[in-house]
Design a protein. Sequence first.
Length: 284
Amino acid sequence: MLKLRAPAKINLTLEVLGKREDGFHDISSIIQAVGLCDSVSFRRASGITVECDAPGWVAEKSLVPRAAALLTEAAGGQGVAIKIKKRIPLLAGLGGDSSAAAATLSGLNQLWELDLPGWDLAEMASSLGSDVPFFIFGGTAMVCGRGDVVTLLPTLPRMWVVLLLPPVERALGKTGRLYESLGASLYTGGEISDEMANLISTGRSVPPSALFNVFEAVAFDAFKGLERYRWQFLEAGAHQVNLAGSGPTLFSLLEDKGQAEDIRNNLKKKGFEVYLVETVTSRV
């Protein structure tokens, strides 16, 4: 049996450049993998089965069976039993299902000894979802197009991330609804992500002021009560709080572990679902 870790992600920047003719949006984003991980295990079997220990997880709504079907076709019809142990919350803006799908492509490539290079897997991944190609590589990367153009960046110096999952309603299709809520006045030209990439490429620290997520302009209206939890995050000691992906998870990025632990502990005392993790490096 083969077992892989599937990490979550945060967007250090997320710009929308405009709407495409195919209905998707062009984005420019700096994505960072973090150490909150699902575990995905693979065992040779007949046919394809996928199980997950998370309440509310439904195979038909997951990208994992589709990822397995892609590799099964490339492997000439081999079968596999896949089991997912969830630690990344569902529908949280942290890319959990996309990461598990990417782990499935990578895992089956190893299990069946297909020897497909990473960029071939990334091309397959682009047919599954916008975040999936990034997770083939992980680490730190600039992602453009509709998420299918991935440029690896130097590893971000280790930083600590406090993740707060507010108790607000999370529903399928939330990302699409947020995209449709963005007016053209919120579109940018990619310069924010370019500046972040330059900071990382030259080894400079990432100041909180450089973080950006266009969805913050609409998410606090879309998720009822989210603003209140942002203020409680700040009251717990965070200097800046940002939205993770399409939310509703909120995060604070810190260089000092002790400060991060204090914020985590303060939020736990309030009864919140909170995680303290660190940034992680690329798979390659």
